[in-house]
Write a new protein. Structure first.
Length: 129
């Protein structure tokens, strides 16, 4: 068995598709209408239709999907350029900050209030053991 990808529910598939294409520069691999798979393996699904498929009912709530319990992580070779391009168009959680593990990241919300982190590539090379 292998893990494939996270699949966040979105309230407006067209709005979210445009957000991930225009703000994060993701290219679409397949567009099934209510489900969009990007070339990176990341995908989004219209919440109301997925709720019907999985639970055979809608949650019947207007509450946002993003509930501060999921962080979508992306890397960019030039985190400063990514910040300059993305920050003016999103609700920032915080600007670029250096994390305890040394990586520089910034975080913001997508249209459904899912938290997104964009960081510089993390070197996961071998340790000196």
């Amino acid at each position: 068995m292998r893990f494939i990808n996270p699949l966040p529910f979105v309230s407006d598939i067209a709005r979210s598709k445009a957000f991930y294409q225009e703000r994060l520069g993701l290219a679409i691999a397949r567009d099934f209408g209510n489900f969009v798979l990007f070339e990176t393996g990341f995908a989004i699904h219209e919440g109301s239709s997925l709720e019907q498929a999985v639970w055979k009912e809608s949650r019947g709530s207007d509450a946002p999907y993003g509930q501060k319990n999921l962080l979508l992580y992306f890397e960019h070779e030039d985190v400063d350029a990514a910040f300059a391009s993305i920050a003016p168009h999103v609700d920032l959680i915080h600007p670029i900050e250096r994390q305890d593990w040394g990586q520089r990241v910034f975080r913001f919300y997508d249209p459904d209030r899912h938290a997104i982190e964009v960081g510089e590539p993390l070197d996961l090379g071998t340790s000196g053991d």
